[in-house]
Design a protein around this ligand. Structure first.
Ligand code: PLP
Length: 490
């Protein structure tokens, strides 16, 4: 007697009767072979070969389909490995299957179908000899060795419990390290209990948008010019953005007062894209406005870490943490692909934001959080910021010098910080449309300031060509060559 429901196979291996009960481990594609292996031991090999042959012939196993290793299929079907090896060899000899040394076994056919390829929808602009896109760091500066060291340490020491669902705000260890970093570097009031680890400023924006929407807010002010990202992200939460004009000191607060808005997105440290640092007076006015309407400033500190020749400008949040929600990320300092950032929320919104984060994704991936915490604790993040700062200052200097040489009379603004500059070229280079077309034809990708304007673009002064030129991701040689190409083209 064999145990109920199983028969010994030809090697004495226990196999579920009638192929039943195996389904949990067998991949569905191979279930079609199960009836064959329930044949009597004496004919089981031939049955398996026939079933496999039939599956190929009928197209149920398409040309190019990779078969499991003989060991895996044997385990899934509950038969001996020899039986599967024999079937593979026989069908390979017959031309149904093909195999290559070290390449496994796959279904043959007139044309070996290429496995479907996933399309890449990442925003890239290939083909240009020099792409002065704004907001991209130099990804080759990513500190692979230090990241790998932190990764090894974390994997070796991470308590098992930390692999469970995390606190939706993030691992306490990371929130503590972030509070230390942000207090020290950005002057924020960082209570670890009110930090939420997110997948970037983008998710912070989506979370806030969703919470504000639930509270009945349908409109949020955005700086004009400003980042199209803000508009798109608030729109996804059902919140419309209303352009708020800027002057040389920051967002115009009288425009905010007239608008009736109660929330505004701002980039006070280094306005995107103009590079304006919000003046002390304007900061105070902005906060007065927020208090007077019981409202909120949504501070996007998107590149607050990089400044070259101006005094540090602390985050607005430090002046009034109950009326400012502060968001930042590692997208400019490490890599946007890490999708890692933080959101500091006022007490009045904290519970709703955390609950929204919980229902959105049950928290940020814990391994990434532990890794970043270790990276911060080891001092690696500070080292990385210093390294980037040196590299980007050199590139900024290279761009400024190249523009002075090849575009005499160009006026540059927003050069004291960040990863891009605004260049206003004299009218003789215009009109802008023609300039852009010629430069594009010469293989240089540049964006006009008007691409970031929400309200109808005012005509550029005296026909100036105003460009937003990102430099951080380009080597000094590339920057010089790109500017030269531009100059030659016009
Ligand atoms: C001004 C500004 N804020 C926020 C973001 C989104 O950043 P994150 O990668 O942190 O989601 C971008 C992205 O380009 C940006 O330009």
């Amino acid at each position: 007697m064999t145990p109920s429901g199983t028969n010994p196979d030809d090697t004495g291996h226990q196999r579920p009767a009638g192929g039943k009960g195996i389904g949990l481990s067998a991949s569905p594609a191979w279930e079609l072979l199960l009836p064959a292996v329930s044949a009597p031991a004496r004919t089981r090999g031939r049955s398996l070969q026939a079933a496999l042959r039939e599956a190929v012939r009928s197209g149920r196993l398409a040309p190019g389909t990779r078969l499991p290793s003989s060991r895996d299929l044997a385990a899934d079907l509950g038969v001996s490995r020899g039986l599967v090896t024999e079937a593979y060899e026989q069908l390979t000899a017959e031309g149904y299957l093909r195999s290559g040394r070290g390449a496994g076994t796959w279904v043959g056919g007139a044309v070996r179908a290429a496995p479907p390829r996933a399309r890449d929808l990442a925003p890239r602009s290939p083909g240009a000899d020099a792409d002065f896109v704004a907001g991209t760091p130099d990804l080759s500066l990513f500190p692979r060795a230090a990241w790998a060291a932190a990764h090894r340490e974390v994997l070796a020491r991470l308590p098992h419990d930390d692999l469970g669902y995390p606190d939706p705000r993030g691992l306490p260890r990371l929130r503590t390290a972030l509070a230390e970093l942000l207090t020290r570097r950005r002057g924020v009031v960082a209570d670890p209990e009110r930090i939420v680890v997110v997948s970037g400023v983008a998710q912070a924006t989506a979370l806030l948008g969703s919470v504000l929407h639930a509270r009945g807010v349908r409109e949020v002010g955005v700086e004009d010019p400003g980042s199209p990202q803000h508009t798109a992200l608030y729109a996804s939460a059902g919140v419309t953005t209303v352009p708020v004009p800027l002057d040389g000191e920051g967002p115009r607060v009288e425009a905010l007062r007239e608008s009736g808005l109660r929330a505004v997105v701002a980039t006070p440290s280094h306005q995107f894209p103009t590079g304006i640092a919000c003046s002390a007076r304007r900061r105070a006015e902005l906060l007065d406005w927020a208090r007077s309407v019981d409202g909120l400033v949504l501070e996007d500190d998107y590149d607050g870490d990089f400044r070259y020749d101006r005094a540090p400008v602390g985050a607005l949040q430090g002046l009034d943490p109950e009326h400012v929600a502060y968001a930042g990320s590692v997208s400019k300092s490490l890599a946007p692909g890490l999708r890692l950032g933080w959101l500091l929320v006022p007490r009045s919104l904290a519970e709703e934001v955390v609950e929204r984060k919980r229902t959105m994704d049950l928290g940020h991936p814990t391994l990434d959080q532990a890794l970043f915490a270790r990276f911060l604790e080891r001092g690696d993040y500070d080292r990385q910021l210093r390294r980037c700062q040196r590299a980007y200052r050199e590139r900024r200097d290279t761009l400024v010098a190249a523009l002075a040489e090849d575009f005499p009379g160009a006026r540059l603004t927003g050069i004291a910080a960040g990863l891009h500059v605004i260049a206003a070229l004299p009218a003789r280079y215009g009109p802008e449309e023609r300039f852009l077309a010629r430069v594009r034809a010469a293989g240089v990708a540049v964006r006009p300031l008007s691409a970031y304007t929400h309200a109808r673009a005012e005509p550029a002064e005296g026909g100036d060509v105003r460009l937003v030129l990102g430099y951080a991701h380009l080597s000094p040689g590339r920057i010089r060559a790109g500017v030269r190409l531009m100059a030659a083209a016009v």
